[in-house]
Write a protein that binds this ligand. Structure first.
Ligand code: SF4
Ligand code: SF4
Length: 458
């Protein structure tokens, strides 16, 4: 139960932090409702719809309603997927409103000692420090390689954890050793005629747990003719902070990144994680009220480009690409699609691979339920959303589900494991699949030329 003082603080924070003009853009038409997973999954409950949430935000700013647990629940249960944005004829930027509402609540509410500790550990002490991310990933690697994982499973220790964590533990990729994680190349020469000079935003989770996908990304860019720099001073994008009500910290991280990438002087800043890209591209809005940073943040945002976009721009899909015969489907990353309007290029790339039969999934643009740490903190709704996603995935009969974001990738792996489909289906990052297709086509071409040379000699 919220106390009177707490309610007062939250109400005041809503008045100060919300973009009231953006709230007023909502005409209450309801076109966004069918696109909202929480509205659908709660049996069309208006409180858990975009329109309902905006009405609650407005009511709080106007002082017509008081903050209470129901309001907090409505804001907490939102996936932040932004599927309501492209559906909105008035162009309401719901994602921005959600971040402001979460900031108003989480910077003003009373949290238990444990809640404060978990938030501080996660946001201040982990994601903002890449050396600590490396340390934690190394521990995971030790757990995976030392036999501890096997022992924990045999003794049934994992049964002490909630189902989502248990399954997640099974599907996490095998991570590199500390020595490998600490070694990070900062410069790559183009392997083809140079087209562009780009910087790579390597990310925190992507550069630790998914390091091999990052390595595949720089290789693809090299093959596409890019000279690549990976600025050392870059940091976490701040998306997790921004989406969880820690906007001040997100702003600090944004400033660090702006400085780091300005020094690189590049045509584009490339990302391979839809969630990071969706936040990076909007730094201009995040820092719009800071006169020293606003313009620099805008310029930074304009340079952000997803890997699929630059590959298509550089005609990578015209190169020979080949895989074993298989059906492939694509699960959109919400923040790549709704935040960066990128959904044609990944499909174009997949459709250009020889051997691939591309099958479009029904509602591929609907969130998979991963949503940052949502699948841990809102596990029930996350699994409900995932169950729907897996139903659609099975309908495609695809052997390969492709995604463009680490959270979606883990969530789809989790879905496959929960459904007992791991013997016939796998989830992969688009970059890994494209590199495999490129290298395989090159090997095939080499084999053909070897054969022709031998025939010529004989
Ligand atoms: S962000 Fe997603 S879950 Fe939240 S209101 Fe919009 S569509 Fe619904
Ligand atoms: S579609 Fe846009 S304007 Fe209409 S109710 Fe939803 S958010 Fe409001």
């Amino acid at each position: 139960m919220m106390g009177a003082k707490e309610k007062e603080r939250i109400q005041q924070a809503f008045k100060e932090k919300m973009d009231y003009e953006e709230i007023l853009n909502c005409t209450r038409c309801g076109f966004c409702l069918p696109s909202c997973p929480t509205y659908v999954e709660t049996g069309n409950d208006e409180v858990h719809s975009p329109r309902g949430r905006i009405a609650l935000m407005k009511g709080l700013v106007d002082g017509h309603i008081e903050p209470n647990e129901e309001v907090k629940r409505s804001i907490d249960l939102c996936l932040g997927c932004r599927a309501c944005e492209p559906a909105c004829p008035s162009g309401v930027k719901f994602g921005r409103l959600l971040e402001q509402a979460r900031e108003a609540i989480y910077q003003s509410n009373e949290q238990s000692f444990t809640q404060k500790l978990v938030r501080k550990m996660t946001f201040n002490n982990l994601f903002s420090h890449q050396d600590r991310m490396i340390g934690l990933t190394s521990l995971l690697g030790f757990y995976q390689r030392s036999g501890l994982q096997k022992t924990a499973r045999t003794l049934g220790i994992m049964k002490l954890f909630p189902e989502t964590i248990r399954t997640m533990e099974k599907v996490l990729p095998r991570v590199p050793r500390k020595k490998e994680l600490k070694h990070r190349e900062r410069y790559f020469e183009p392997l083809e005629k140079q087209n562009k000079r780009v910087a790579f935003f390597s990310g925190c989770l992507m550069d630790t747990v998914f390091r091999s996908t990052n390595e595949a990304t720089t290789k693809l860019l090299q093959y596409a003719g890019c000279e690549i720099v990976v600025p050392k001073a870059q940091s976490c994008c701040g998306a997790l902070h921004g989406h969880s009500g820690e906007r001040d910290q997100a702003k600090e991280l944004a400033k660090r990144n702006i400085v780091a990438f300005e020094e690189a002087e590049v045509d584009y800043i490339i990302t391979n994680a839809g969630g990071c890209g969706g936040f990076l591209v909007d730094y201009g809005y995040l820092l719009k009220d800071d006169s020293e940073w606003a313009e620099r943040a805008q310029m930074f945002g304009h340079k952000i480009k997803d890997i699929s976009r630059i590959l298509v721009e550089l005609d990578f899909h015209q190169l020979p690409l080949s895989l074993n015969k298989q059906k492939v489907t694509y699960q959109d990353s919400c923040h790549l699609r709704n935040g960066q309007q990128t959904f044609i290029e990944p499909r174009q790339l997949l459709q250009s691979i020889d051997g691939v039969t591309y099958v479009e999934m029904k509602d591929a643009n609907r969130c998979c339920g991963s949503a940052g740490i949502y699948n841990i903190v809102e596990s029930d709704m996350s699994m409900q959303v995932l169950d729907y996603k897996m139903e659609q995935t099975k309908q495609t009969e695809a052997q390969t589900i492709v995604t463009s974001n680490p959270g979606c990738l883990l969530q789809m792996k989790l879905g496959i494991e929960r459904e007992g489909l791991s013997d016939r289906m796998e989830a992969v990052h688009i970059v890994d699949l494209l590199l495999e297709a490129f290298e395989r086509a090159r090997e095939q071409a080499d084999d053909v030329s070897d054969k022709e040379r031998k025939e010529h000699i004989s």
